[in-house]
Design a protein around this ligand. Structure first.
Ligand SMILES: C=C(O[C@@H]1C=C(C(=O)O)C=C[C@H]1O)C(=O)O
Length: 250
């Protein structure tokens, strides 16, 4: 490839470990990096504005071609802490759910859980800007990312989507993965995979350079998010994509 590879990453705290190793890494000479929220970078990859992105896996069916180019992802094997349904009332009393405009995977996962696992009769409401202050009474809200960590201090009822997926399927869950919309040179993907794995082996250093008092980041990076893209995660992802094909929840 003559030009630099265009890479887009998620701008949340959960992505800091995956980006830590890029600083001063040789792969940076072959690429340029931009950051935004998940739904935005998903559209950029679909539209071909970028070559690789840490995209919500729920958009895989919208790509003409896709290649998972790294051994790391944003996944979970239990409670993820930052993808939750927040409510003033218990699950069975919820009437409406505001959906997070920044998300693609979690919105689809919520719909799968509501229909197939919790079997609730609720109305879904799309959002396009701040909506967290509408989470009250029987109106609940799905919130992801850093804003979800903040919402933990506000809402009395918190339903963790990854935890409930694991209970439902006995499989781990993958929210986002490094995906390209075209084949890329092996010389690039090898270096890229090396760079994105460095922070995962150095979580204390990542935590040290990201002061945050809303939630304990060591817990978040070690016990909540699970970064290695394992065979079990691939199985969980395939199962989730199967639901999306079947009910077109995307
Ligand atoms: C665990 C998370 O995973 C994220 C959820 C995504 C989604 O719902 O589309 C996409 C990327 C990830 O950042 C989170 O953001 O809290």
């Amino acid at each position: 490839m003559e030009r630099k590879v265009k890479v887009a990453a998620v701008s949340y705290l959960n992505t800091k470990p995956l980006l830590y190793g890029f600083r001063n890494h040789p792969v940076m000479e072959m690429m340029e990096l931009s950051m935004d929220y998940p739904a935005k970078i998903a559209q950029q990859l679909i539209d071909g504005e970028v070559d690789v992105a840490l995209v919500p896996v729920a958009i895989i069916p919208k790509l003409k071609e896709y290649h998972i180019i790294a051994d790391y992802c944003i996944g979970a094997e239990g409670p993820v802490a930052s993808v939750c349904l927040y409510s003033d009332v218990p699950l069975n009393e919820i009437k409406r759910i505001y959906l997070d405009y920044q998300s693609r995977t979690s919105v689809a996962l919520l719909k799968v859980l509501v229909r197939e696992y919790w079997k609730l009769d609720v109305e879904f409401v799309n959002t396009s800007g701040d909506y967290q202050d509408k989470i009250k009474g029987t109106d609940a809200g799905l919130v992801i990312g850093d804003r979800a960590l903040e919402q933990r201090k506000v809402s009395p009822y918190i339903y963790d989507l990854a935890e409930n997926w694991v209970r439902f399927t006995s499989l781990p869950f993958v929210f986002a993965a490094w995906i390209s919309n075209k084949p890329l040179p092996a010389a690039f993907t090898k270096e890229f995979n090396n760079a994105t794995g460095i922070g995962i082996q150095n979580i204390p250093a990542v935590v040290a350079e990201n002061p945050y008092d809303v939630y304990d980041l060591t817990t978040y990076y070690i016990h909540n998010i699970s970064y290695p893209f394992t065979p079990a995660k691939r199985q969980g992802m395939q199962k989730f994509l199967g639901y999306l094909m079947a009910e077109q929840a995307v």
